[in-house]
Write a protein that binds this ligand. Sequence first.
Ligand SMILES: N#Cc1c(N)n[nH]c1-c1ccc2c(Cl)cn(Cc3cccnc3)c2c1
Length: 230
Amino acid sequence: MRIDVLTIFPSFFDVLEVSLLGKARSAGLLDVRVHDLREWTHDRHRTVDDTPYGGGAGMVMKPEPWGEALDAVTQDSERPVIVFPSPAGEVFSQRTARDLVETDHLVFGCGRYEGIDERVFAYAATLGEVRLMSLGDYVLNGGEVAAMAMIEAVGRLVPGVVGNPESLVEESHEDGLLEYPSYTKPSSWRGYDVPPILLSGNHGAIAAWRREQQVQRTIERRPDLLPGND
Ligand SMILES: N#Cc1c(N)n[nH]c1-c1ccc2c(Cl)cn(Cc3cccnc3)c2c1
């Protein structure tokens, strides 16, 4: 999978060089290319924003640099999916991540200021499938944090990126429920003991207990995830 990121803060994504995704990049499983949007400006000040038509506070990102940048990163791509993090977007979920991991080429357009000129989204739709996505109902200062989270959520689903694919199945949200609690040695720590069932060796009983824990946790913490509550 190829991932292109367009941003005015390219160094923000340096962290993608390390950890899991860093190894995936080295192994050729992920081809992540981060670009400075200012590469596509042509004035001395490398301007990417201007005042909003109709007035209002803040600045809006100019369409010209975006148009040239999107042309450049999609020029040898058949049908990219172009994701714009946006507070006005659909909410990104594990289901979205599973959907996006099937894509050969993802482009993340990370905006700042009060947002990107709306015409950019219309133009981007002539280059690929456009999806405006939000991390959730809270406010960030730009698209970079959201894009980083989405890249990690999608990247780790690429076959071979996570060592043990089984671990992907038993995670929160993979089966629509929160994950069960995990424990490791020592079996007793500061007066806290590991639930005896986990030491029993009875794998059937352990699986049943874990499922019950998932259901109980989901009811307590995220009833909205339960069927019929959406
Ligand atoms: N994804 C997501 C997401 C989220 N969950 N909160 N905020 C954002 C997000 C994403 C993209 C941008 C761009 Cl471009 C500019 N800003 C700042 C801003 C803040 C409030 C209103 N208008 C613009 C962004 C915020």
